[in-house]
Write a protein that binds this ligand. Structure first.
Ligand SMILES: [Zn+2]
Length: 481
């Protein structure tokens, strides 16, 4: 038999060279970039520029069919390319137009391209796979009463799609979500061509981010949803996604967002993204999550008894504040998590203070009383202990929330409100759409204060006990509180 199609011949030659390469390579292994808390997260050797993710959703009992396209740049010569991926079956992989061998090792998907990739060369990776939403509780897809949502923080994006799953590698995202008639699909960013609602056949919804994003902040929602549009400060497009049946009931909460954005902008400057909104999901997650441009909230927060209005609003402000702190400025490593949560807690507490419900000073005094215990249990804010195996959410401890907001309070006490205000604005201004860590913050704070704050901040960030609070010599860690 003669192979006449050039495409078939190319495939055959590629397969042949692949065998040659594979013969001399050692067995593939899982790699990471050495994150202190998640050593196997992320992968060395390349920088992802863009993800193009296609998902076909049928129902909550079936894996989604998916195609993940990754455009990246090799930073060094690569004979293998490690991606983070688990919880799906890979059918096919291609690198730069040629079939690549693929193997799963722990939570890595290891590709062996037909020919090695030279340093600084573009990498175009196509992976056909499934993405399974069933039977897990450790992040990734969140099963809701009427479909799916996503909660990838800290290390679960790779339970949904193959990726370089570390916040230090931000990239642009395009989403193409095909869903049955009657369901609405929404993702981060701005919509492409919008299908007519309630079309008879499955429809494909497309979205793209205008700003780079960390994998942990990706959001895809499929459900019986209403998309509520509005306008925020300076004409900022607002887009909320809520269960269609509850639209009326939830509207009074949605109306609060423009005021929240205005309040944040007065303190730290312009909202950093293309649009904003809340995604209210019919699910019990036990948390809210700052997915970029579309924060995820549990339905119960807005509909169940027992949550005072000021509390719900301050939680809304917490997730909104993350759009600046955590989303636009992304942590360099997961041990920099305090920069996300400390700031979000700070603005949450400041907002509640402004409503006259819970003063910032009282909250900080109470945090101070517990801070030593928090540090003993979870480590200091900037060097937290790893979460216990199987309890990854255990990383999100009080030491990185109120315990970290306490560092910001101490800093403000030390350098004064004016300099502190400059620190906050410069931080989100200078690191916008970028990655920054604890040492960057210390440097920036020192610059704005006009003196080296390294020695002052070190025990606050890394100490096993809480230093004295400037201006409050009477504060103490309550024994047995
Ligand atoms: Zn938070």
């Amino acid at each position: 038999m003669q192979l006449t199609s050039p495409r078939l011949r190319a495939a055959l030659l590629a397969a042949a060279s692949l065998t040659l390469v594979a013969a001399v390579l050692p067995p593939p292994k899982a790699l990471g970039i050495g994150d202190p808390l998640f050593p196997e997260l992320g992968n060395p050797g390349y920088d992802v520029l863009a993800y193009d993710l296609s998902f076909t959703y049928k129902d909550n009992r079936s894996p989604l069919d998916a195609v993940t396209v990754i455009d990246a740049r090799a930073q060094e010569p690569l004979e293998r390319i490690n991606l983070d991926f688990t919880n799906g079956t890979v059918a096919e992989a291609e690198v730069n137009g040629e079939p690549a061998r693929f193997e799963s090792v722990a939570e890595d998907l290891v590709l062996t391209p037909a020919r090695p990739v030279a340093a600084h060369m573009p990498l175009h990776i196509v992976i056909r796979h499934t993405s399974d939403p069933r039977g897990r509780s450790d992040g990734g897809w969140v099963v809701t009463d009427d479909g799916l949502a996503m909660a990838n923080q800290a290390d679960a994006a790779h339970r949904v799609f193959p990726c370089n799953d570390h916040p230090s590698d931000k990239a642009y995202f395009t989403f193409r979500i095909t869903a049955p008639a009657g369901l609405t699909a929404v993702a981060n960013g701005v919509p492409g061509a919008l299908p007519a609602r309630r079309a008879a056949a499955p429809t494909t919804w497309t979205y793209r981010t205008v700003h780079p994003m960390a994998t942990e902040l990706a959001q895809v929602s499929v459900g019986d949803s209403a998309v509520v549009r509005g306008t925020g400060p300076h004409g900022l497009p607002l887009r909320d996604v809520v269960p269609a049946a509850d639209r009326q009931k939830l509207e009074r909460w949605l109306k609060k967002t423009p005021g929240h954005i205005e309040w944040m902008e007065q303190r730290v400057g312009r909202y950093p993204f293309e649009n904003y909104g809340v995604l209210i999901a019919r699910a019990k997650t036990g948390f809210e999550l700052e997915t970029q441009t579309l924060s995820l909230f549990e339905h119960g927060l807005f509909t169940e008894e027992g949550y005072p209005e000021w509390y719900v609003e301050s939680v809304m402000v917490h997730e909104l504040a993350h759009q600046w702190f955590g989303d636009s400025v992304t942590p360099r490593a997961w041990s920099d998590l305090w920069l996300n949560e400390g700031h979000a807690t700070w603005y949450e507490a400041l907002y509640a203070d402004g409503l006259g419900k819970y003063s910032l000073e009282r909250r900080m005094r109470e945090a101070y009383q517990r801070s030593d215990q928090w540090r003993a249990a979870g480590g200091p804010p900037a060097a937290p202990k790893p979460a216990a195996p199987g309890q990854k959410i255990g990383l999100f401890r009080p030491a990185v929330y109120d315990g970290a907001a306490l560092i910001l309070y101490a800093l403000r006490q030390e350098i004064g409100a004016e300099a502190f205000d400059r620190v906050e604005r410069s931080w989100v201004g200078e690191h916008r759409d970028a990655v920054a860590g604890t040492e960057d913050f210390v440097r920036l704070a020192s610059r704005e204060a006009g003196r080296d704050l390294g020695e002052f901040l070190k025990p606050w960030l890394y100490g096993s006990t809480t230093p004295p609070m400037p201006g409050h010599p009477e504060w103490s860690g309550a024994k047995g509180a």
